[in-house]
Design a protein around this ligand. Structure first.
Ligand SMILES: [Fe+2]
Ligand SMILES: [Fe+2]
Length: 375
């Protein structure tokens, strides 16, 4: 029996598939389908687009809209039952894979003082940016790190890790970022709960920052052969100071202002194999030019307010708002203040794009480098 509707993605362009349906061909396609096969020319133009076609849409998640809902989960579920008390960000174009954009997952997690989540490990790589609260900590393979607002911490692929809040702290909210959709797409995801539920702390608290967090200095005892950064925690104060110092010495990028990548101090490369991260500073009144590139990005506003224009749509943001830029979407950023800096934290899948030779970038050439707003 013939299919009711058969896809045909014809293009009247030399070198592209352009075969008209005929009764004979439609019968032929049906016969192929019964053999779990198909004629490439019916789908070639769809599966090989001229340029990337993201199914993700640009989204701004306002913190003032989400915060009360995140806090409400404190009363609705326990970390013991929920595993992790997280409200995840669900891109309308990526609901089938629970992605915030592209192959990246993100969520807002909340814990009460005195709560400890169970230790676990997974193949997905993960990061956290602390949004609010006091007393948060993360333990990664026996290294305990204390965390405050805008501190950035890694829980890489395969490490035992757990999160908690000190008993004398306050309710803590942070953003999680993971490559779960990517690792699932690659069908390579494993998950394990620590046999003792909690792990011991085997090193002085905050030892990784003391050992690896010194600018331009590498410890002679600092042998490191793992594929992720030994500096598992990147503190906000020195990060912001570095941005301010660079702003005195450089005009920065026309597309990003002053942008500093978080790096692995042992290699200078990205913090983890699949996820890169950066903090950028937009000077008072700064408005960047538009560009686009492969790779998916999730931003969190670490400081200040402003707007971004993504594929012609304007998104106004303020501190703690989160937004995404899909792969190959035009984007530009502006600081709303004439007197204060604005800072954007972001994480991305650029290490994957670069490792696989898929990174490409293009400037928006028209209109002085800035996008006209869509009607
Ligand atoms: Fe985890
Ligand atoms: Fe960009």
């Amino acid at each position: 029996m013939r299919s009711a509707v058969r896809e045909n993605h014809r293009e009247d362009v030399a070198g592209r598939a352009n075969v008209e349906d005929t009764p004979e061909l439609l019968g032929y396609y049906d016969e192929l389908e019964r053999l779990e096969a198909g004629a490439l020319w019916t789908v070639a133009n769809k599966i090989e687009p001229w340029q990337p076609k993201s199914t993700s849409v640009p989204v701004l998640w306002r913190y003032r809209d989400l915060r009360d809902h995140v806090l409400r989960s404190l009363d609705l579920v326990t970390p013991e039952k929920a595993g992790r008390r997280v409200i995840y960000l669900n891109n309308p174009g990526r609901r089938d894979v629970a992605a915030a954009v592209g192959w990246l997952y993100s969520g807002l997690q909340v814990m009460r003082p005195g709560e400890v989540a169970s230790a676990h490990a997974h193949s997905a790589s993960a990061l956290r940016l602390i949004m609010e609260g006091a007393g948060a900590y993360t333990i990664v393979d026996g290294h305990k790190m204390t965390l405050g607002a805008n501190d950035f911490v890694l829980t890489p692929n395969g490490t035992w890790h757990e999160h908690g809040v000190a008993a004398d702290g306050s309710d803590c909210i942070w953003q999680d970022g993971l490559d779960i959709p990517l690792v699932n797409a690659l069908e390579a995801n494993f998950y394990a709960v620590h046999p003792d539920m909690q792990q011991g702390v085997g090193h002085p608290v905050d030892d990784v920052a003391q050992l690896w967090g010194n600018p331009g200095l590498r410890p002679t005892t600092g042998d490191w052969s793992k594929a992720y950064s030994p500096l598992l925690k990147y503190e906000w104060a020195p990060t912001y100071e570095a941005l301010c110092r660079v702003a005195k010495a450089s005009d920065g990028s026309p597309f990003d202002g002053i942008l500093m990548n978080y790096v692995n101090p042992a290699t200078g490369g990205p913090v983890m194999q699949t996820i890169g991260a950066a903090m950028q500073l937009l000077r008072p009144g700064e408005r960047t030019k538009a560009h686009r590139h492969t790779g998916s990005f999730i931003y969190q506003v670490a400081k200040g307010s402003g707007h971004s224009i993504i594929d012609g749509r304007r998104f106004d943001w303020q501190e703690r708002d989160i937004f995404c830029v899909p792969s190959w979407a035009w984007h530009e950023h502006a600081n709303a203040s004439a007197s204060e800096d604005a800072c954007l934290f972001s994480f991305n899948d650029l290490p994957v794009m670069q490792a696989l030779g898929l990174y490409r970038e293009e400037a928006f050439g028209d209109n002085g480098g800035q996008q006209p707003l869509a009607a």
